[in-house]
Design a protein around this ligand. Structure first.
Ligand SMILES: [Zn+2]
Length: 473
């Protein structure tokens, strides 16, 4: 276990950022460990729709889309020039250098009065109100922005400039768009969208942009797009029971982390710019490798799918992709035991997010107890952790899916010291605790895979209906 940890969280893997070489080395390491242990390849390289024979059939390849940040952009009007990184960010699109009259299209979401109103906008620079009449959360603001860009592209506009005054602070927006983004591949991945910029319109300070006849000059380097290949890694331990082996328990952990330097998203020292992600989530990755070994040595009744996810740190993308392209039918997937965490500050316990909700409390507690560990349910409830790791990709489809985290009760200073920090190195890992944790995790998995009945969502849970839809009543 220590060797796995020291390799996966080594400086040489450069923070395992999704789509970078270090990330693919980690995937390779996991796949070859599955091969060494004798897991059945569960990847989709046999699938003509996609596949990577080099993955030796343990890979579920995903060609992510990498969108780099813009190098330059300005918006000039009258005597004023808005600058990139100050009151201007480039959200998407290719390069542009155009002077012309703007057309205001309201929210830019409809053809109605507050939208396009039948105007010819071909080749024009459009000005739109930020957000939408309904958008409140950051996610809704971004969804609205994406819908606007799509519509403006369909209408043949040259560019779209949104007047931003929503709830997410401008400083955060600025920082977010100064980093590269990793997206799931889409049908549109091969075509650059139109130039799409946001102007900081706090206090309505650029209201003149809405005026008819306003002439501006818009220049942007655009955001270069490229393919960032990565893969989920999947292997199966076949169950021993002739009937129950058609049901699967999924053991999962994300193996990606945030990378190096600016991509890491937190401050760092020049002497150590590598975000090693020992706790987040080499710890969980070692745990699923360890469980794979234990369960191969003595196989349980149900089959077990061991899944190492990429793309978690860039928006749970590896598990979202999996949930849309499952390698064994979701209907036959009875449980997901995910392991991921920010770190630990109490090595006498294991923390479980969703313990009471997902119907396997007895097995989880017994697994921990067998290795001298207590179970602490629902740490740091204010963090909303259930919906922040890969387990939610299964939960949303109806599969009961808790997250098993190293021991902590509060998201306190001791956790923040390492969480997404460059000092989250293997040297500071308590290997005795890693061993107890991984063994407890394996034992929980065994007990669940051997259960007489499937675990069920607790009545009234927000994912209970999804479970009924998936499995039938
Ligand atoms: Zn994580």
């Amino acid at each position: 276990m220590e060797a796995h940890m020291r390799f996966l969280a080594s400086d040489e893997l450069l923070g395992r950022r999704t789509g970078d070489a270090g990330n693919r080395v980690a995937a390779r390491y996991i796949a070859e460990e599955f091969r060494r242990l004798g897991l059945k390849p569960a990847g989709d390289s046999g699938n003509p729709a996609g596949g990577n024979p080099a993955g030796g059939n343990y890979y579920q390849p995903i060609n992510f889309e990498r969108v780099k940040s813009a190098e330059s952009a300005t918006l000039s009007m009258g005597g004023e020039m808005l600058q990139l990184g100050k009151d201007l960010v480039v959200m998407a699109g290719g390069p542009i250098n155009q002077t012309g009259e703007v057309i205001y299209v309201g929210y830019g979401l409809t053809d109605g009065e507050d939208g396009y109103k039948g105007r010819d906008v071909k080749g024009k620079i459009l000005i739109a109100q930020g957000g939408s009449p309904d958008a409140k959360s950051p996610r809704e603001v971004f969804q609205a922005a994406n819908a606007k860009r799509k519509l403006a592209t369909e209408k043949g506009a040259a560019a779209l400039v949104e007047l931003y005054a929503e709830s997410i602070p401008w400083g955060f927006i600025n920082q977010y768009f100064s980093r590269e983004q990793i997206n799931l591949p889409t049908d549109e991945s091969n075509t650059l969208p139109i130039a799409h910029l946001w102007v900081n319109n706090t206090g309505n300070k650029y209201k003149q942009l809405r005026e008819p006849g306003q002439v501006i000059t818009l220049r942007s380097s655009g955001r270069p797009q490229s393919v960032a290949p990565s893969a989920n890694v999947a292997g199966i331990i076949e169950g021993t029971d002739p009937t129950l082996k058609n049901e699967y328990v999924v053991l999962s952990a994300h193996f990606d982390h945030v990378g190096v330097g600016k991509q890491g998203g937190s401050n760092y020292q020049p002497s150590d710019s590598i975000f090693n992600g020992a706790r987040d989530n080499a710890f969980g990755t070692v745990s699923i490798l360890s469980a794979a070994k234990a369960l191969m040595a003595q196989r349980p009744k149900r089959s077990v799918l061991v899944l190492a996810f990429t793309g978690e740190e860039v928006g749970l993308l590896g598990s979202k992709y999996y949930a849309e392209h499952p390698l064994v039918p979701l209907r036959q997937t009875i449980f997901n035991l995910n392991t991921d965490g920010a770190g630990y500050n109490d090595t006498t316990i294991i923390s479980v997010i969703g313990l009471e909700r997902t119907g396997a409390r007895a097995e989880i507690e017994a697994g921990a107890k067998a290795f001298g560990l207590g179970v602490f349910a629902e740490p740091a409830p204010e963090q909303g952790l259930f919906d922040r790791s890969d387990n939610v990709s299964f939960a949303a489809k109806g599969v009961p899916a808790p997250d098993i985290s190293p021991g902590f009760k509060d998201f306190d200073a001791a956790i923040q010291k390492y969480y997404h920090q460059a000092i989250d190195n293997p040297e500071s890992i308590d290997f005795g605790y890693l061993e107890r944790f991984a063994k407890a995790y394996s034992h929980m998995a065994r007990l669940i895979a051997n259960r007489a009945t499937r675990p069920q969502w607790v009545v009234g849970d927000k994912y209970e209906a999804a479970g009924k839809a998936l499995y039938g009543n």
